[in-house]
Design a binder for this molecule. Structure first.
Ligand code: BJW
Ligand code: ZN
Length: 285
């Protein structure tokens, strides 16, 4: 059966759901000016993922990889959350959820590394009553662009580094990356270094071939979920791509919010086509 686009039917399911999760992807942040990976204008259309987003690529040429991530960091500094980030952030507040999905839990599991869901969450928390407590509102399973992580296995220090540019040698190289020109020869000694031990640092994101963060917690949330919202993801990258099917397998419902048709739509109960910055505020409002 093809998925329903009935908002009242979706809201009836929402009202009776007790353990709700959302799995989000790059489409959530598209309206904030952060490029997606695969569609029109997607980053993996212009840059080769395997040459930039794997540990092997970093080991082979940290200069190229750091320029790409410096470019991505600069985009994040210029971005602010959009209406879809705020709709999800508001839905983490128990007082808001009580009116829409009484007695439920909610966790947003995002594949995005831009930190915009956290920014939206901080903003809604700032205007919530002082005694508001959230239980596991957000999981950033692919890490964060503004985190840096030490490559020394003896150190492994991870910290937020929101300095722009992250080091003098990368200053202005974001414009070169935009033009499709990357310099493979920035000396390693001039690239970002660990603040604790001085070793080469790397972007704090999860690359292909690495294990995404918080797997045990995510697995528990997926096992318990009776409703899964799938927002702005092509559902092509595992393990995130399998979460909705796992929820269906144990009898839960799935609602997809995407600009276009995407992988796994046909097994969804609901499909809301359109920009998530428009469809989500309506659905969760
Ligand atoms: C809108 C919109 C709007 C636009 N409103 N919608 C073969 C089979 C199965 C698995 C594998 C396999 N070969 C290799 C693997 C494993 C691999 C994988 O899945 N590869 C696939 C390509 C096949 N996965 C991994 O390696 C992962 N690790 C792993 O599996 O470890 C093993 C393990 C796991 C668990 C337990 C034990 C062991 C790691 C994956 C890391 C992914 N990293 C990246 C880069 C992060 C850093 C960075 O940003 O540079 O993560 S890749 C990139 O893809 C990024 C994203 O988070 C991820 C997902 O992309 P997303 O978000 O779906 O974006 P798009 O562009 O694809 O889609 C955007 C969507 O938005 C589209 O549908 C649009 O229509 C829509 N849209 N505007 C609503 N306004
Ligand atoms: Zn270190």
């Amino acid at each position: 059966m093809s998925p329903s686009d009935s908002l009242p039917a979706f809201q009836a399911v929402l009202r009776s759901s007790k353990h709700i999760i959302a799995i989000a992807g790059a489409g959530l942040s598209a309206a904030s000016g952060i490029p997606t990976f695969r569609g029109a204008g997607g980053m993996w259309r212009k840059y080769d993922a395997m040459s930039l987003a794997t540990p092997q690529a970093f080991n082979k040429n940290p200069s190229l990889v750091w320029q790409f991530y410096h470019y991505r960091r600069e985009k994040v500094f210029a971005a602010t959350p959009n209406a879809a980030h705020y709709a999800l952030a508001s839905f983490t507040l128990p007082a808001i959820r009580e009116a829409i999905a009484p007695g439920s839990t909610f966790t947003l599991i995002t594949q995005n590394v831009d930190g915009l869901s956290d920014k939206a969450l901080q903003a809604v928390m700032a205007s919530a009553p002082a005694d508001t407590e959230l239980d596991q509102p957000l999981i950033e399973m692919h890490g964060r662009l503004l985190d840096v992580s030490c490559t020394s296995s003896e150190c492994g220090h991870v910290e937020l580094n929101a300095v722009s540019p992250i080091c003098p040698a990368l200053e202005g190289t974001d414009l070169q990356v935009e033009a499709g020109v990357l310099d493979p020869d920035i000396p390693v000694s001039n690239l970002p270094r660990c603040s604790q031990c001085g070793f080469l640092a790397r972007p704090g994101v999860v690359w292909f071939g690495e294990i995404p963060l918080h797997q045990p917690t995510i697995n528990r949330l997926v096992d318990d979920a009776d409703l899964c919202l799938v927002v702005g993801t092509s559902s092509t990258v595992y393990p995130a791509a399998s979460y909705a099917s796992e929820v269906v397998e144990h009898g839960g419902k799935v609602a997809v919010f995407n600009l276009d048709r995407s992988s796994g739509d046909n097994e969804a109960d609901f499909l809301f086509l359109g920009p998530s910055e428009e469809t989500l505020p309506r659905a969760l409002g």
